[in-house]
Design a protein around this ligand. Sequence first.
Ligand SMILES: Cc1cc2nc3c(=O)[nH]c(=O)nc-3n(C[C@H](O)[C@H](O)[C@H](O)COP(=O)(O)OP(=O)(O)OC[C@H]3O[C@@H](n4cnc5c(N)ncnc54)[C@H](O)[C@@H]3O)c2cc1C
Length: 432
Amino acid sequence: MVKKVVIVGAGPSGLLLAHYLLRHGDNYQIDIYERRSDPRIVSFSKSRTYPISLNERGMSALRQIDGLEAAIKAISLEMNGTVFHQRNGKTRYTPRQNPLFTLDRTNLAIALLENLNSKYNHSQLKIHFDCQCQQVDLTDKTIKLTTIAEESEKLFIVNYDFLVGADGASSAVRESLNSTDCFNCEQKPITTDYKSFILPISQENSNINLAGDKIHSWMLKDGTVILLLHQLGGIMSGIIHFSRQQNQINNLATKEEVLQLFRENFPEIGQLMPDSEAEDFLHRPASTVVTVRCNSYHHGDSVLLIGDAAHAVSPSIGQGCNAALEDVLIFDQLLDKYSDNIEEAIAQFTVRRQPDGYALVELGDNAFPLSQGLFIEFMLREWMAKIIHNIFPQVFSQPLFYLISETTVPYSEILNVYQGWIAKVKKSNANF
Ligand SMILES: Cc1cc2nc3c(=O)[nH]c(=O)nc-3n(C[C@H](O)[C@H](O)[C@H](O)COP(=O)(O)OP(=O)(O)OC[C@H]3O[C@@H](n4cnc5c(N)ncnc54)[C@H](O)[C@@H]3O)c2cc1C
């Protein structure tokens, strides 16, 4: 019998899951409900988007679907390493063995959407934008939604055989599981907030030395960190992460102060930032990231949580989206293993993936030290680990960041190998 599948959230994980399920022939009829408007028709919002770096975890999940890897690569840039910039103009470079593919989150969602629409017709897949999930009735297997684009909100109810919460860190589907027995979920805001910004690259400033195939990073003594990446279309996308409690960003009152802050602390960026972007930056609200740890990623025989809804993580290690896409690949492998028996596959998904989700959040919080002293130790450890691993590959592990961002080694295994370092950083970051 055809299963009626409802996916809440048209982010990377929800859209990729639709691709995978629809590959199983006529077994599934899918409705996706997304609270935002169709990204293909709304104007680009700088405050709502940011660059995403995809590594082998995410790319291997995209690769299984015909044409997706090529479509994503066509709108991405390859990054071959990270340049750490110091205030005095000196730099340190950490190369990667395998490139990262970076693109804007909105463009990733658009590519996944367009590819879906080109392959499947309305009888198999309907995507409803401007529809927000309010509540789930787990007994009746229905969800309550409101349409939010029209003048007056309209409430409607849909039923499901199989419901997927792919609705991000503040998941409404997950919220509905909170009242059930044995479901525990911890949500914690990370200590830093972030703002994004965009810099134009033109002929006049092409002399500024920011190589196009590298991620550029700056770190201040107070823990403020900037990541800056080239994007297609002659722009650079930046994210500044800063302590929510004590920072220089929230006190900025004029665009001149914004420009002064960048010119003094991040001179290369200060030179590239036009007045208009400084003004926009001033008014752009800071965003808070929440981490999520759940003890289970399913409920009964019909509800599944994937992506950020199950395990939202600090962006510091660039893994949230990669892990969200990897979830879909793993769930699909379980569906194959259990011959499309969803009840079995969702229960096994918790068994297989929850230890990784837990480890992912732990690594996101504590792989990178906030203190500059410990950061230098981190760089030395990574360098030493690479050399020693090359000499004694059976005895010594690969460097921590290599394992996280260049392999598909399960996060739980990585945490196990590096638990001593993680405990040390956890202690230091707590005091920072
Ligand atoms: C600044 C920043 C930088 C990042 N950089 C990277 C990176 O380099 N690499 C990486 O791998 N990850 C990165 N991430 C993390 C990454 O963005 C997320 O992990 C990823 O988007 C998760 O995908 P998702 O589909 O699970 O959830 P989301 O992308 O959050 O999508 C959820 C969707 O559900 C919708 N939704 C929410 N609630 C409802 C509701 N009630 N009803 C209907 N729809 C709803 C939302 O509008 C959204 O479209 C970064 C995150 C941030 C904040």
